[in-house]
Design a protein around this ligand. Structure first.
Ligand code: ADP
Ligand code: DP6
Length: 330
């Protein structure tokens, strides 16, 4: 029996990953940049044993069906090949984040699974190697290997595509992100399908790629200069450009709902009134508001007034993946 257990936090992209050039290896069309957060995370334990006759995947206490297990099995197979240990596994995972709701469960989920496999199979991977392995489970997961600001350099091959932490002099500790949970149910179009449909059919996709390259540079500069206004601006406009590609896809689709728009308009109004805050959204209706820690309580209270029915979650910068003590996987 080989056991391992790990915890990984979610990350939210400030400059989005949106499209793959290789779906098998999960090589992205563009580089992306994110902030790892402390509020949402996944804990996963895995045990490999020659006594098991198939891979079993429990999520939040529920045995998952064949389709959900297949995705995990595909990842386990990569880890098994890397270790040269070909035993079936029991995976037991707990999401402290709503699953498949645009709140980055795939990032924390697959990063935690990668960390647990690394420990269980004695792979002894460097963080770069672990980032490459996690990437093959879910692209955004490669960024959750690290805390703080992280850049996933797109690269051009399995070897050259991985995430790296960004030098920021701990500026991330001055920032906050407020999640407005507009809908935490699983979405209709997964990130994976949404981005593929966009790459294949969106009239605006080439322009998205040009914009993403320029936006990465702007975000790097903003982080270097600790320029919150510049980082907020590029975060918000990059998100809008990503979402614009889905409207120009065939068939067109959007992750926005009326409440998402209400939240965006509230951020605009707060900014007009002198508050320093910017929004971003992923593949789901939930809106995340980036602000500075010093303003975060006031902004939280104002958002709460606008969204009394919705749950709001305050998040600060989080850490990278960490090993946890293993007990025998339940
Ligand atoms: P999200 O916005 O939550 O990242 P995605 O559609 O991108 O939504 O990804 C959701 C998928 O990620 C799930 O359907 C599942 O395949 C995978 N996933 C989520 N949590 C876990 C977990 N704890 N362990 C393994 N896979 C997970
Ligand atoms: C909009 O990493 O979930 O959140 O690689 O297919 O598993 P797969 O996709 P995933 O996509 C994340 C898309 C995004 C933007 C981002 O996190 O960069």
């Amino acid at each position: 029996m080989h056991n391992g257990k790990a915890r990984a936090f979610t990350n939210i992209a400030l400059i989005k990953y949106w499209g793959k050039k290789d779906q098998q290896l999960i090589l992205p069309m563009n580089s992306s940049l994110s902030l790892t957060l402390d509020a949402f995370y996944t804990e996963t334990s895995v045990s490999f044993s020659k006594d098991y006759t198939q891979d079993l995947f429990y999520l939040d206490g529920e045995l998952q069906d064949e389709k959900a297990t297949q995705k995990v099995s595909r990842f386990l197979q990569l880890a098994r090949e890397q270790a040269g240990i070909f035993e079936h596994a029991l995976v037991y995972s707990q999401n402290f984040v709503p699953t498949a709701a645009g709140l980055a469960s795939s990032a924390s989920g697959l990063a935690a699974l990668a960390g647990a496999c690394n420990d269980a199979l004695g792979l002894n991977l460097s963080t770069t190697e672990l980032s490459r392995l996690a990437r093959k489970g879910s692209g955004s997961a490669c960024r959750s290997i690290y805390g703080g600001f992280v850049e996933w350099k797109k690269g051009h091959s399995d070897q050259s595509s991985y995430a790296l932490p960004m030098a920021s002099n701990h500026w991330e500790d001055d920032l906050a992100m407020i999640f407005i949970l507009i809908n935490d149910k699983a979405k209709k179009v997964s990130s994976r399908n949404g981005m593929q449909q966009t790459v294949e059919t969106s009239l605006y996709y080439d322009d998205w790629l040009k914009a993403a390259d320029a936006d990465i540079k702007k975000a790097q500069e903003a982080i270097e200069n600790h320029d919150f206004h510049a980082l907020g601006q590029v975060t918000e406009t990059n998100c809008l450009k990503m979402h614009a590609t889905t409207l120009a896809a065939s068939p067109p689709f959007t992750y926005w709902t009326p409440d998402s728009l209400k939240a965006m308009n509230k951020v605009y109004a707060m900014r007009d009134a002198g508050q320093d805050c910017y929004f971003t959204m992923d593949a789901g209706p939930n809106v995340k508001v980036l602000c500075q820690k010093k303003d975060s309580q006031k902004i939280y209270e104002e958002l709460q007034k606008e969204f009394p029915e919705q749950q709001l979650v305050m998040a600060y910068a989080g850490k990278g993946v960490e090993s946890l003590e293993t007990e025998v996987a339940k």
